[in-house]
Design a protein around this ligand. Structure first.
Ligand SMILES: [Zn+2]
Length: 181
């Protein structure tokens, strides 16, 4: 099974967009098995070719993404983060993170260390009011995907330009063509 992974520019949010718990989120699931977590890690911005995730890693990944998903929503809505979400993120960050190599890539990367790195990205995001204030929801009508606006002016509108941005431009272009000159 090949999936269409999300690349919003912030790894902790990308993990949160790999699916969720309960029937409403089932159709968004892209990491149902440890092998799927490996595939996601390989395609993610971390680029880990063979993470060899275990069932335990998968449990950590799913708990972490669910906590990030809820924490992002709370941050966007200006609400305090739930204690359980904070704990799940900090628990995932307690393991040793990925070790970057001078020549690029990671030294002996594992799924668990990747999840720690992702959890630490989430902590950096939520701990800093400046970064927290750059969390937004996509402006497209039929999209609720959150993203981190890392642009300097802070006026990014779309979760991903190649998805919602392109769709918006196509639609406005068609509308302009329909209007009488
Ligand atoms: Zn979108």
């Amino acid at each position: 099974m090949t999936y269409d992974y999300r690349h919003t520019g912030r790894i902790s949010i990308d993990l949160a967009l790999t699916g969720g718990e309960g029937p409403a989120f089932a159709r968004f699931e892209v990491i149902p098995t440890p092998a799927d977590l490996d595939a996601w890690l390989a395609q993610s911005d971390l680029g880990i070719p063979r993470a060899r995730a275990t069932e335990d890693d998968l449990v950590v990944a799913r708990a972490l993404r669910w906590a990030i998903w809820h924490a992002v929503g709370a941050a966007i809505d200006g609400e305090p983060l739930r204690r359980a979400d904070v704990r799940a993120i900090e628990d995932a960050a307690a393991a040793a993170p990925l070790l970057p190599r001078i020549a690029g890539g990671w030294r002996d990367p594992t799924a668990r260390s990747a999840l720690s790195t992702i959890a630490r990205d989430a902590i950096a995001l939520f701990a800093d009011p400046e970064q927290r204030g750059r969390l937004r929801r996509c402006a497209a009508d039929n999209c609720i995907v959150p993203f981190y606006d890392g642009s300097r002016p802070g006026r990014r509108r779309w979760c991903e330009d190649r998805r919602c941005g392109d769709r918006h431009r196509h639609r406005t272009h068609r509308q302009r063509q329909k209007e009488p000159a």
